[in-house]
Write a protein that binds this ligand. Structure first.
Ligand code: SF4
Ligand code: SF4
Length: 81
């Protein structure tokens, strides 16, 4: 289980997810768009999901890995990182 998706259509680029993530899994790029950078470090605290004001973040029930992240990206085509 780990963060698996950030819905960019919902995201309002507030930066809260980056601020609250204790493991620096999420980084905001130069355009203030959040990216899942280090999914393996996710400790499942769900702070990002809870703090996101527009519910754009999903913490997945599958084990966190780049492989699973890619699967989620494919499934959500165009709405994930
Ligand atoms: S669940 Fe916690 S550790 Fe994982 S990305 Fe979200 S805030 Fe970071
Ligand atoms: S907390 Fe939600 S709305 Fe804010 S930058 Fe992160 S994903 Fe986007």
């Amino acid at each position: 289980m780990a963060i698996s998706n950030i819905n960019r259509e919902k995201c309002v680029q507030c930066g809260m997810c980056e601020n609250f993530c204790p493991m620096d899994v999420i980084r905001v790029d130069s355009n203030k768009r959040p990216e899942i950078k280090y999914v393996e470090d996710c400790m499942l605290c769900c702070l990002c999901e809870v703090r996101c004001p527009v519910k754009a973040i999903t913490v997945s029930p599958t084990k966190g890995s780049k492989k699973n992240l890619k699967k989620t990206e494919k499934r959500n085509q165009g709405t994930s990182l």
